[in-house]
Design a protein around this ligand. Structure first.
Ligand SMILES: [Zn+2]
Length: 151
């Protein structure tokens, strides 16, 4: 059967396969600062990075997939103004955008999750020559890297 992107991820803790049924996105977030320390993990204490943190938040991977999932991700990074003004007293620190958009690509861009373990070797072997910041996160580019290096 052909590989289906956006159906399987690598657990950031144990490295095992995670899917929409057993996978979680976890992060830390306070009342006035945006989410940070994102991870994709199994739904188990053993794989949680923030199990003992009072700031720990989590959500099923499936809630961040597809069009509705993209909306949920956007609301996570910047809540509606009403929320910021009334729930956070007008104070809301942006999350770590670099980390946040890496999570978004892993959950929304076909073949990004599959290709990312091979970026270093692809770079060293010249497969990224001529690529730019848009190219290397495009589904076509990621599929090509996965087709060359993926097992
Ligand atoms: Zn795990």
């Amino acid at each position: 059967m052909a590989h289906m992107p956006l159906t399987e991820w690598r657990c950031d803790k144990c490295g095992g396969a995670v899917d929409a049924h057993n996978g979680w996105v976890e992060w830390e977030s306070g009342s006035v600062f945006g989410p940070r320390n994102f991870h994709i993990v199994h739904n188990s204490r053993a794989c949680s990075f923030h199990d003992s943190s009072p700031l720990r938040k989590d959500c099923h991977i499936r809630d961040f997939l597809g069009v509705e999932g993209a909306h949920n991700l956007q609301a996570l990074v910047q809540p509606p103004s009403f929320f910021v003004d009334n729930f956070a007293g007008g104070k809301w620190q942006q999350p770590d955008l670099r980390e946040f958009y890496e999570l978004c690509r892993r959950l929304q861009v076909p073949y990004y999750e599959e290709a990312r373990p091979y970026f270093n070797v692809a770079y060293s072997q010249g497969e990224m020559d001529g690529a730019n910041e848009t190219t290397i996160s495009s589904p076509d580019f990621c599929k090509r890297i996965y087709d060359i290096y993926g097992e």
